[in-house]
Design a protein. Structure first.
Lengths: 187, 187
DNA sequence: ATAGCAAATGTCACAAATGTCGTATACTAT
DNA sequence: ATAGTATACGACATTTGTGACATTTGCTAT
């Protein structure tokens, strides 16, 4: 099953490591919110309701429903630079995704909820400093680590740190340096 | 296909997160009211009947069918233009949000899931045509209406339509014109 | 600890609903 | 016209709901 917005009793039974029969009872009893298909009343549960149910009962949340904690989002308008960074990080075992413009950065950030984002400060149409301020003012992103990678001078890097970046390195960079910082931040 | 008054079995299958075959069975059995086209008997269901069906069975109603989902995301790097558009639409009762760069556009699109997005084709760092292609290739944004608002020539507007925009108007525009198009698209 | 009890969960078999696949046909956009 | 996509339908595979009953779990009193 690819990326459905609802779950069957069977799906939930697997996730919760419980018998299908039990899931149906949960739904019937009302402790798990669900709805029925018209046919014979086969049950469906929306992803949201399932998540709420898990949290309510302090049950472990399956990988697929958690923000992707090993994913790194690489934001750089220079595709070569982006893929260079990706290569280094991927080799070190990180799941990587790249965004070469502001729109992709925004949507992928929301969609994948990566653990870390590398950010080029000077992208056309996107003020890196403004973006930092914006992100740091949102509760939603308080778990997100930001690593600024920029060709600007040291003052700018310092300013980025002041505005909330967790680290900043200058371009060009040593692979090892990049990797050690990323490792630190994702620990 | 400007505004769909009716739905195909495929549409409904997507909305209900169910197999197309099942939808056809529902219709055949009569639990979902529909009608058949003369050709081979392809099925259609009116929006109304579908809504009634969803309510009847206590099934979740997709965002797009909620009568109050009138959120519009206005994407334009010119803040004056963005707020001008916003003023017009807000006055007509639409919930509006603006994004003045690609990042905000991307994140707000994911976050708010608006029914309609107005899009300026020429934003710094963001190729509007590429963006259109990107959005239209994602199932997730299948039901997002896109209204291109651009100062570019007619050829560009036509190209935008080809790439998937639901409508395109040129800057500057008449308030009434904007409003009538938005009304059409959100009906 | 242990026994006893009630509630929750698991097991099983069967019928019904839903999913999958392949093919023929209809629709849609150049 | 023509290509590409979507749809219907049959046949078959898989999943699901249900009831009856077995087993486990959690709790209490002893």
């Amino acid at each position: 099953m690819a990326k459905a917005r609802s779950l069957t009793t069977g799906d939930i039974a697997q996730y919760c490591d419980v018998n299908l029969r039990t899931v149906i009872r949960w739904i019937d009893k009302g402790s798990l919110k669900g709805y029925k298909l018209p046919g014979r009343g086969n049950n469906r549960v929306t992803n949201e309701d399932f998540l709420a149910f898990l949290k309510e009962n302090n049950m472990p949340i399956p990988e697929e429903f958690l923000p992707d904690n090993k994913t790194i989002l690489i934001v750089d308008d220079d595709e070569n630079m982006a893929s260079a960074i990706k290569r280094v990080l991927k080799k070190a075992g990180f799941e990587c995704d790249t965004a070469v413009n502001g729109f992709l950065a925004g949507s992928k950030l929301m969609q994948r909820q990566p653990a870390l984002m590398t950010l080029d400060l000077s992208m056309p149409g996107l003020n890196g400093f403004e973006l930092l301020k914006h992100l740091k003012s949102q509760d939603e992103f308080n778990h997100l680590k930001i690593l600024v990678i920029s060709a600007l001078n040291q003052d700018s890097l310092d300013k980025a740190i002041t505005l909330g970046a967790n680290a900043a390195i200058s371009k060009p960079f040593e692979k090892e340096h990049l990797l050690s910082i990323v490792n630190q931040l994702t620990e």
